[in-house]
Design a protein around this ligand. Structure first.
Ligand code: GLA
Length: 684
């Protein structure tokens, strides 16, 4: 089968697995680090903890192929048989993320080269160039043998390709591949010159061979070269994934295949990958020290659910306690670990797994937490793991169900990449920070949100939020216009629609493709002083907003209302008296433009306005009044997640049963334990 010839991943393959096992529960298991007596203890403890799936073999290549061409799989036979005998299913990984040391020694060109021209060496992991033909041949050879040997093994229920694709190489072979990619994209060198704007700084290319990856240069890199290198690198990694997927599919048409994503990971455009997966999988390590992490984690989970566009997703990796790769690694309590796991289920996950099952004794991750800590099963962490296993069994009724959302928030990697060139009005206007800031008020009020790629069909949404989409093409602009025309609320944030898909600035009053829709237009980008600028709110609109903190921060735009009503103006400074926030009607809908980064209460006012106009409410009205209470409706269940350290007493509309405790909730109130959760199924 040729590379990339897969039909789209099929949700049915994964559904068959969860129908058999319920919510998947387990973690990465690295038996190559342990002796057979420990394997036996592991299998027993896994079963006792309710583990039903482990990911095996992610880093086993050197063990499978200790010398070139040699194969040693006997030990894996024993591990898989043992796990199967204990009813633990296996998500078998292709071991391609970490080649054996001999590969780089024999073929130095398989090793990656960084932007400074330094060739990296073996001794850690990920030491391969995704552009290397030799690496890819070896990766496919070991994958083929592994799949041939285990495709019929009863323990193997899922395939896991590689690990956290995210490798970038600036070396010679990568340069050749990059040129090939560019030829395919542009066809002629003159088209490339136009797209890259090479009339600037004498960058014109007469020949494809003159083009290099954006290696270390004396001064700023050409922004379109940099954007294309990111696009190419993401496509190249997808090719690697697809090659291995093809090997698996040639042998096994039935079992689901996945690879683990990393949330808002900057080096891979997951929108372009998700169709190839039977189930989206994510690795998530929210920082317990970050007060925003519950909301930010929810956004990432909504992204994972949205990427699959109806396909399921699983939380493939998380920490049971602390990670070991931050400078100062705050642990999670077992309660928090449980709550974060239940949060993922609330937001659509059909699997909750950890990195890793047993804490390593040696190696770079020996201080990373695990489901089974160094101190053994008689620990708080492991007790928590057992409790979670029992909880997840009780949540079986939500498996395969969805989280209905009527709000779309736009995000795409290409815009993020393009907006983050070094030379821009300010580095302080951050695409991801904007996205998170707009998402948080919705999270706090319990409004469900899908993350949507610009240009997608918006017919299902009554509210469409565009916090910052720097690259906007005609099609995506048209989708926004259509949404407003049929009655949706559309809210657009600053520095949107600035550039075309070649990352070239669109000339004219901005946002060029949206000024007609928004009834407002701009002419100047204005980074703000550190203390921001006061916003004067129209009293009819601003009532109820804490005017003391009505400020524009970070960045603003010089706007002119061309028909839109002005809801807030800048008061003082360079933009004194000019509009900052506007609203207009468009077709049956309404559009807001937010030409700055307003302080929280002002942004909340805008979003609240848009939700009301769109007729969208929270999953439970009271959520907004109880800080730290997250409310999500998934299928038949209403999840109440308490992110505070105190018990919350929450009014609920009808009699219900808590799936986690089996207790009846009547009398219109339910107590949600501190750092705990209640999962209600309404009676009747
Ligand atoms: C990632 C990797 C794992 C491990 C964990 C540690 O998710 O996939 O192999 O390194 O990080 O947090």
């Amino acid at each position: 089968m040729p590379v990339g010839s897969q039909s789209a991943g099929e949700a049915g393959r994964f559904a068959a697995l969860t129908e058999a096992l319920g919510i998947l529960y387990g973690g990465d298991y690295n038996p190559e680090q342990w002796d057979p007596a420990t394997w036996r203890e592991d299998a027993r403890l896994m079963r006792e903890a309710g583990v039903n799936l482990v990911t095996v073999g992610v880093f086993s290549w050197a063990r499978y192929e200790p010398r070139p061409g040699v194969r040693d799989f006997d030990w894996l036979d024993e591990v898989l048989d043992l796990l199967h005998a204990h009813d633990v299913a296996v998500d078998l990984a292709t071991p391609t993320a970490s080649p054996p040391a001999w590969l780089g020694r024999r073929f130095p060109e398989t090793l990656p080269v960084d932007a400074d021209g330094v060739r990296l060496v073996a001794g850690s992991r990920n030491h391969f160039s995704p552009a290397s033909r030799i690496y890819r041949e070896h990766a496919l050879a070991i994958t083929t043998d592994l799949v041939d040997r285990y495709a019929d093994h009863p323990a193997v229920r899922m395939w896991h390709v590689g690990n956290e694709f995210g490798q970038v190489c600036y070396g010679e072979e990568s340069a050749r591949e990059f040129r090939r990619w560019l030829v395919e994209r542009y066809g002629t060198i003159e088209r490339l010159n136009d797209a890259w704007g090479t009339a600037f700084w004498s960058q014109h290319y007469a020949d494809w061979d003159e083009i290099l990856p954006p290696r270390r240069m004396p001064y700023h890199v050409n922004p379109t070269q940099s954007l294309d290198f990111r696009r190419y690198s993401s496509d190249l990694m997808r090719e690697l994934f697809r090659e291995q997927l093809d090997v698996i599919r040639a042998r096994d048409a039935v079992r689901p295949v996945t690879t683990n994503f990393m949330g808002f990971f900057p080096l891979v455009d997951y929108w372009s990958w998700a169709d190839d997966l039977d189930v989206v999988a994510d690795d998530a390590y929210p920082d317990p020290g970050d007060p925003h992490s519950p909301a930010d984690a929810a956004l990432t989970q909504d992204l994972m659910r949205s990427l699959g566009q109806g396909r399921p997703w699983v939380l493939m990796e998380q920490a049971a306690g602390a990670v070991s790769w931050r400078e100062h690694n705050l642990p999670k309590s077992p309660e928090r670990s449980r709550l974060e796991s239940l949060q993922a289920v609330a937001r659509g996950a059909d699997g909750v797994c950890f990195f890793q099952w047993r804490a390593a004794r040696a190696g770079a991750e020996r201080f990373h937490s695990a489901m089974l800590p160094h101190a053994g099963p008689d620990t708080r962490v492991h007790e928590g793991v057992r409790r979670l296993g029992a909880d997840l069994r009780l949540l079986r009724p939500v498996v395969g169900t969805t989280v209905p959302a009527r709000v779309a928030i736009l995000f795409d990697w290409e815009s993020w990449w393009a907006a983050h060139e070094l030379a821009r009005p300010t580095v302080r206007l951050d695409t991801l920070a904007q996205l998170r800031a707009w998402y948080r008020p919705l999270w706090e009020t319990g409004v469900a949100v899908d993350v949507v790629r610009p240009g997608s069909d918006l017919a299902a949404y009554d509210v469409v939020l565009v916090p910052q989409t720097y690259l906007l093409d005609e099609h995506a602009a048209e989708r926004l216009t259509e949404a407003a025309a049929r009655g949706a609320s559309v809210v657009v944030g600053p520095f949107t629609g600035v550039a075309d898909t070649d990352a070239q600035v669109r000339t004219g009053r901005f946002p060029v493709l949206l000024t007609g829709l928004l009834g407002v237009s701009g002419e100047e980008w204005v980074p703000l002083p550190d203390d921001g600028v006061t916003l004067a709110l129209d009293p009819r609109w601003g009532s109820g907003v804490d005017v003391v903190d009505a400020r524009a921060t970070t960045f603003a735009e010089a706007l002119r209302a061309d028909g839109a009503a002005v809801l807030a103006r800048f008061a003082g400074g360079h933009l004194d008296g000019l509009p900052a926030i506007t609203r207009t009607t468009a077709g049956a809908g309404r559009c807001w433009y937010v030409g700055t980064v307003p302080t929280g209460p002002v942004l909340e006012r805008v979003l609240d306005d848009a939700l009301r106009a769109g007729g969208v409410g929270p999953a439970l009205a009271v959520a907004a009044e109880v800080p730290g209470l997250e409310v999500v409706r998934r299928g038949p269940a209403l999840f109440l997640l308490n992110h505070t350290g105190v018990e919350l007493d929450v009014p609920v509309p009808s009699a219900a049963t808590d799936l986690l405790t089996g207790s009846e909730v009547s009398g219109g109130r339910v107590r949600v334990p501190a750092t705990g959760a209640v999962v209600l199924i309404e009676d009747g």
